[in-house]
Design a protein around this ligand. Structure first.
Ligand SMILES: *Cc1c(COP(=O)(O)O)cnc(C)c1O
Length: 424
């Protein structure tokens, strides 16, 4: 099956679900073990089947299979949010005393998770000082257990050379994890470029309508945990699972089976089957939506770039952008729909601009079908000092637009009018 066919069919066989064409929602907590032998086999991970929805559920399973196929992985794990996906992806292979090398710019929630919450558990995150391979290499030590990067990183929209960073990771026998939320599997499949693990906030483009929180981890199955020798949790008996050795019993799927059987079992951040259903419905139109998102975003970015009241525009699809060439390589079909731009006139103009827009919604989400405008200086980042604001590149002129699926001419007219009012 090609990509667009997988969006609609992968993982769902109506014959296994009372001939339902749509994926059914299974609102059940537990599943009948039937006889004792089957119950025992389920708990030994000897046969396939559902036990309890914290571990797996038929609706969630279909989403997992679909996402694994769309990213080209051997398996996936659906979770309650993107944050849960990142947390589990790391906890599955790192523990107290271990280190993770991370990209210098990451989604704000990921920064907090790495700098504070996971650090409290004893995992040390070392942020590369730049985006070049050497910058990542400089932070790698004997204790490093993975490299974590983000593609079209939110909100800087930088494009890291995935292929080069994957080679670096493999040189040190560690896996590369890529947060692929903003491109979505339609614009990029990091596994093709050497990534070992992919994480998503499905909350954004994958579900696409701003109505279902969710996250996912996809395992490429390509990383050789045994050869690496750095991951005893995968290659030696798991005491919490009566001595299972994940690499022995599950081969290429060792990482993703462990993420479910151990990390999800214990941390419990499972998705609701209802949210997985909503995500699957949204996912059906991913290609169509992403095409429109990219087309409209490029048109708006070009319009803003030529506007006398706009200081700067950051969109990797613009020829003037420093990531243009890398974006052509990794996201050749388009650069998703987040645009950063600087409005002349400081905070006073910024406030007027936001208050004058009538179509984009003023909030802090991205990847919704509706356009969303965010003014970090006066909202999400308002607690930060001027110094901290400078460090994360949030000035009083910085606007972030997530371009939705509305008529692009309506959007441009609305923005034009708001810019005019902001300068009065
Ligand atoms: C939103 C986002 C997350 C976190 O996802 P939630 O579903 O909000 O928990 C992680 N990474 C990126 C790039 C995001 O945009």
């Amino acid at each position: 099956m090609k990509f667009d066919t997988k969006l609609l069919h992968a993982g769902h066989n109506p014959k296994e679900h009372n001939m339902c064409i749509n994926v059914p929602i299974y609102p059940t907590t537990a599943f009948d073990f039937d006889d004792v032998q089957r119950g025992a086999d389920l708990f030994d991970l000897k046969c396939e089947g559902d036990i309890y929805t914290r571990l797996s559920n038929p609706t969630n399973n279909i989403l997992e299979t679909r996402l694994a196929e769309l990213e080209g992985g051997v398996g996936a794990l659906a979770l309650s949010s993107g944050q849960a996906a990142t947390t589990c992806a790391i906890l599955n292979i790192a523990q107290a005393g271990d280190e993770v090398v991370a990209a210098p710019t990451l989604y704000g929630g990921t920064c907090n998770l790495f700098s504070f919450s996971l650090k409290k558990l004893g995992i040390n995150f070392k942020f590369a000082k730049g985006e070049k391979v050497e910058d990542f290499e400089r932070e790698i030590t004997e204790k490093t257990r993975c490299i974590f990067i983000e593609l079209l990183s939110n909100p800087a929209l930088n494009v890291i050379d995935i292929e080069a960073v994957a080679s670096l990771a493999h040189k040190y026998n560690i896996p590369l994890i890529v947060d692929n939320t903003i491109p979505s599997p339609y614009l990029c499949n990091p596994i093709k470029w050497g990534a070992d693990i992919v994480v998503h906030s499905t909350t954004k483009y994958i579900s696409g309508h701003g109505n279902a929180m969710g996250g996912a981890i996809i395992d490429s199955g390509n990383f050789d945990w045994e050869k690496s020798g750095k991951f005893p949790e995968l290659t030696e008996p798991d005491e919490s699972y009566h001595g299972i050795v994940y690499t022995k019993q599950f081969g290429k799927a060792a990482y993703i089976v462990k993420a479910r059987a151990q990390i999800l079992r214990d941390y419990g951040s499972c998705p609701s089957p209802f949210n997985s259903y909503m995500t699957l419905i949204g996912l059906e139109t991913l290609s169509l939506r992403m095409q429109r998102h990219c087309e409209s975003a490029l048109k708006i970015a070009e319009y803003l770039e030529n506007h006398p009241c706009i200081n700067w525009v950051n969109y990797p699809g613009l020829k003037s952008n420093k990531y243009y060439d890398l974006a052509k390589k990794y996201t050749p079909k388009g650069c998703s729909s987040i645009i950063g731009f600087g409005l002349k006139g400081g905070a006073k103009a910024g406030e007027k601009f936001i208050n004058s827009l009538t179509i984009p919604i003023h909030t802090t989400n991205i990847g919704d079908s509706r356009s969303i405008i965010t003014y970090p200086y006066l909202t999400t980042h308002r607690q930060l000092s001027e110094e901290q604001l400078k460090a994360c590149g949030v000035g009083d002129d910085f606007m972030r637009l997530s371009v939705g699926l509305e008529d692009v001419d309506d959007l441009i007219e609305d923005i034009e009018n708001a810019i005019k009012l902001s300068q009065e």
